[in-house]
Design a protein around this ligand. Structure first.
Ligand code: FPP
Length: 247
């Protein structure tokens, strides 16, 4: 056995973030919750900009879940306005930086004006090759899997698909995230240690990292520290440790 073999560092190219804690950040300052979301947008800008320099090729952000529709009409409306403003104000910058923006989630529930802007910016940034930025909007992992199952059932019923052809690869191809790779790391801010219906299928082998920092306080420096810590971990995907396998 080669006792001196060092474990291969975990390859972290796709990071997914549950940006939690905007509401608490605002409440602690006696501000309306929407101010927390506005501060959160500023963090989004900074983290997106930092990704290429940190070796991150794909960044997926959980911006609005299927469960978030249950919040007050005022907060939901405020968030939707914020997303529209983000798309309008960021388009030029994203294009210049080579960022390709796409959305995942159930678009059917979104306001047609927002849907139109989403389609527009996806086309505007389609040639970006530096970073894939994926924003989960009206997104739920279970909902995504249900929609994929429905599409497969329809294909079977129409005679375009045989049940024997259904496997993990085909299901992955039916998800909103296709053809992007699975996340290597899921980060959640604000001290909660749950996935909350985020990328349930895709995060099967992801490393997980939790921080107490509220999203509006999450800095590029802390992001870099988490990446460095996780890259020091050994990812095994169910295999035996590398030092044992090498014999
Ligand atoms: C969770 O914090 C955060 C959200 C529901 C919204 C996330 C949205 C942003 C950061 C803004 C914009 C994003 C993009 C991509 C432009 P919370 O409100 O649940 O916080 P709490 O748990 O403290 O109440």
């Amino acid at each position: 056995m080669n006792r001196h073999a060092t474990p291969e560092p975990a390859e972290i190219r796709h990071v997914a973030i549950i940006m939690d804690g905007n509401g608490r950040w605002a409440e602690r300052r006696g501000l309306p919750r929407l101010k927390g979301h506005q501060a959160g947008v500023e963090r989004v800008r900074q983290i997106v900009e930092a990704c290429p320099g940190l070796g991150v090729r794909t960044l997926t952000l959980y911006a609005f879940s299927t469960e978030n529709w249950r919040r007050s009409a005022e907060e939901v409306g405020g968030l939707m306005a914020l997303f529209r403003r983000y798309i309008r104000s960021e388009a030029a910058r994203l294009r210049e930086e080579g960022v390709r923006l796409r959305f995942i989630g159930d678009r059917g529930r979104l306001d047609p004006r927002l849907r139109q802007l989403m389609g527009w910016i996806e086309e505007e940034t389609a040639s970006g090759t530096v970073l894939d930025l994926v924003v989960a909007l009206s997104y739920g992992g279970r909902d995504e899997i249900v929609r994929a199952a429905r599409r497969m059932a329809e294909a079977v019923a129409a005679g375009r698909l045989d049940t024997e052809q259904i496997d993990a690869a085909l299901l992955a191809d039916m998800l909103d995230t296709a053809p992007l790779p699975d996340p290597d790391l899921v980060i959640r801010t604000s001290g909660e240690c749950r996935l909350s219906n985020f990328l349930l299928w895709q995060a099967a082998y992801a490393e997980l990292a939790f921080t107490d920092t509220l999203w509006p306080d999450f800095t590029v420096a802390e992001f870099a520290d988490i990446l460095a810590e996780v890259r020091g971990r050994e990812r095994r995907f169910g295999r035996v440790p590398a030092r044992l396998a090498r014999g």
